[in-house]
Design a protein around this ligand. Sequence first.
Ligand code: NDP
Ligand code: HSE
Length: 432
Amino acid sequence: MRYSALVKSVRIGLLGVGTVGRSVARALAERRDVLSRAVGAPLLLQRAAVRDLSRDRGIDAALLTADARSIVQADDVDLVIELIGGEEPARTLIAEALQHKKPVVTANKRVVAWHGPQLAQLAAQRGVELRFEAAVGGGIPLIAPLTDDLAANRVLELRAIINGTTNYVLGRMAAAGLSMADAVREAQDAGYAEADPTEDVGGYDATYKLAILASIAYEIKVRPDEIYREGIEGIEPVDFRYARELGYAIKLVAHTQRHTGRVEARVHPAMISLDHPLARVEGAENAVFVEGDLVGKVLLMGQGAGGRPTASAVVGDLIDLARSIRRGVQSRPSFSFDDRIGVVPIGEVKTRAYYRIRVDDRPGVLAAIGQVFAEEGVSISSFIQKDAWSHDTTAELVVTTHPSLDASLQNARARMERLEPVHAVSSFLRVF
Ligand code: NDP
Ligand code: HSE
């Protein structure tokens, strides 16, 4: 290690001074003394990169450059914080900083989810560390609890709400009966959802975050494209009414569970019992429910986004790395991954399900549907006729099942859609 206790200050290169970067810069300035005491040396913002140099960033303009590469290569920068976002040039800049033996803190879920293991390996080769506490769950401590505090455990299961935008949207649909389009617009006005909400609504953001959590929890490499993903697009206001009557809330759930030699990893909207703590996570909050074999069940909850909460996690990583620089030691061991463990295909996952089916309101329809479930080996838990419409003599059926193979549940759905009296399987949700 090239650093020593003789280090007088730790000089920081900040890439990106947007929502999070600005909050980080402000925390460094406003908490200078506290941070200096925590580290044992002053933390100095040495240089910062943005695209547009003409805008005021609330920091000394002389520190700013539009050339981010010059920061990761600079001899007067000890540590790099990447808060640019997106895949490129962020990934390349992180890799270059590590190559130059600079520890890196990032909040970039996309880069960590897709390239985390390779970057961690590069960091280990160069004798420095890569930290990414803020990449999942904003300000909620999640990575450190999994790598450090719960390290004595085998993680058995992790179930989470890790996308604030969709939790806000689903909450507003449930509470105020808003359509999804109106709820998304409201989330945009409130500053939660982006102008293009696809990454959140489509479940991609949650998939990146689950890939990171599962990789850390099980010490295996879980890529985002190995995780089964469904967004919240298909859910309608009526589903919330039926869910409540059945004793459930509807949430976008990220779920992973250990099986012998494999793990389950999926992101999709699901019904979750009103008794479960995740059912009570409101608005844009995030929560992660972890079960370890020693500790039992642990719930971590808080603000999953926003400049200040995310800066809290970034600066927390920064303090730890700056202490390592001061002491000339590496505080966490390098990651190691077991390549023999893979992800269970969704068809082989066992789950309960809810179907909402629009059918002709006439004799024999229930029997035909019941036969499909029987032939697919799916045991029905409840079969209820809900609303009926006299103008076209149709009715809405709600079916819930006992745990079954997901492939059988999907086959039943496809076969029902082909039945003559079935107009549509309007909704299909897995049930926890
Ligand atoms: P912003 O878009 O607000 O800020 C990005 C910053 O990076 C801007 O200052 C931008 O410059 C700068 N930038 C972009 N490209 C370049 C480039 N090529 N060279 C130099 N500077 C560049 O993003 P956020 O602050 O919201 O997010 C930052 C990271 O934090 C992302 O990875 C995000 O996923 C993550 N994160 C964000 C959260 C949040 O609540 N916002 C929560 C958790 C994680 P300019 O201003 O000139 O355009
Ligand atoms: N877009 C994310 C969310 C926040 O809605 O939770 C950043 O990770």
